[in-house]
Every structure is written in structure tokens, then in C-alpha cells.
Design a protein around this ligand. Structure first.
Ligand SMILES: [Zn+2]
Length: 192
């Protein structure tokens, strides 16, 4: 099955192109010359494509394609401009800057934007519960037992926070890691 992303990209690592082309690419991105960016992941690979309008003559555009490996390192690059045949032009850099910009990437700053975008999600914000503050209706639930354990052992079991991050995260590896953490926390609870 293919996964398609048009917003909230995980950042990529550019080990391919540095120097002048990178600077020029950054300018192209900042002057909004990049559009139509799509990331597609299937079982074999992740490919990001986009269109970059050249600095001169806005009636045309170049098609840019970059491949990234499982660590999000840029592994292969192609652009339809003349210099792009070697895979090292400013348009490729512009696309990479677009993917890595806070406005489009899913890292750091955009996380708060996601919060703003989804009113339902903000309602899920974890609250600090203690055994003492626990409502009567929850007194005989597993949650109370988890809280008792947390207070007794002075540990924090990741519950709502982990679930929330799982919902927000788009990266499979992160999901798996969080799921493992939740399971191991619950296991810790049940063997006590
Ligand atoms: Zn190019």
C-alpha cells in the first residue's frame, strides 16, 4: 500500500548538495518558487516530488524528484533542468528546503500548529491525575491501580501522552516505539 503526504513532512538530511546551489535553492524556496510537493512511500522506497519555478521566466517549471532512505537521508536526486541531470542543482535544494521548513515539516514548530488546527485534539491534552484527586467513579478502575503504582514507585507511566503522540505522529518507526513503550509500561504494572 502506498502512503501519500502533502503536508507535515518529516525532515530530510541533505548530504548530497552543499555550497552555492544550496544557498540559491534556499532563496528560491523563500520566494515561494516551490509548489505541488508530494511524498509517496511504498514498501520499497520513499520519493518526494515537487515543482520549482525558475528564477527567470515564471511561465515554466522544473520537475524535481528526490529519494530518501529509511533514515530520511537524501539518496537520489533528479531535476528536469540542464544542471539537474547530474542531480546537483539549486531546484533540488529548493525542494529540500521546502520539505525541511517549519511551515511544512512535522517537526517542532509545526506540532503547535497541528494543535491549533485540531480543536478536538486540544481537548485530549493530558491532565495530571493523582490518587487523592481521583473522582469517585474511577476508584475501582485499572487507572487507579496505575496511579497508585506511579505514586508508590515514584515513576510516571506514559499513558495519554503516548497515545496522543501516536495519533499525531506520521512516522511508522515512532509509532512502533511509542506502542512498545505503552506495552512495556503496562507489563510493568501487571507483574507487580
Ligand atoms: Zn534543476
Amino acid at each position: 500500500m502506498e502512503k501519500i503526504i502533502k503536508y507535515g513532512f518529516q525532515p530530510v538530511v541533505n548530504n548530497v548538495i552543499h555550497g552555492q546551489n544550496d544557498e540559491k535553492g534556499k532563496k528560491l524556496f523563500k520566494s515561494k518558487h516551490v509548489y505541488g510537493v508530494v511524498e509517496k512511500t511504498n514498501k520499497i522506497k520513499t520519493v518526494i516530488t515537487g515543482k520549482v519555478v525558475p528564477q527567470t521566466g515564471v511561465s515554466n517549471f522544473y520537475d524535481v524528484t528526490i529519494s530518501v532512505d529509511s533514515n530520511r537521508h537524501v539518496s537520489n536526486t533528479v531535476c528536469t533542468c540542464k544542471a539537474g541531470l547530474e542531480g546537483k542543482c539549486k531546484h533540488i535544494c529548493a525542494l529540500i528546503h521546502y520539505v525541511n521548513s517549519p511551515e511544512t515539516s512535522s517537526s517542532k514548530t509545526s506540532l503547535s500548529q497541528q494543535w491549533v488546527l485540531s480543536a478536538e485534539m486540544t481537548k485530549l491534552k493530558p491532565i495530571k491525575l493523582t490518587v487523592a484527586s481521583m473522582p469517585e467513579s474511577l476508584k475501582n478502575t485499572p487507572l487507579r491501580k496505575i496511579l497508585e503504582l506511579e505514586e508508590k514507585e515514584n515513576i510516571v507511566i506514559t499513558r495519554a501522552e503516548s497515545m496522543l503522540q501516536m495519533i499525531q505522529s506520521k512516522a511508522k518507526e515512532v509509532l512502533q516505539e511509542k506502542a512498545r513503550k505503552v506495552v512495556s509500561d503496562l507489563f510493568l504494572f501487571y507483574i507487580h
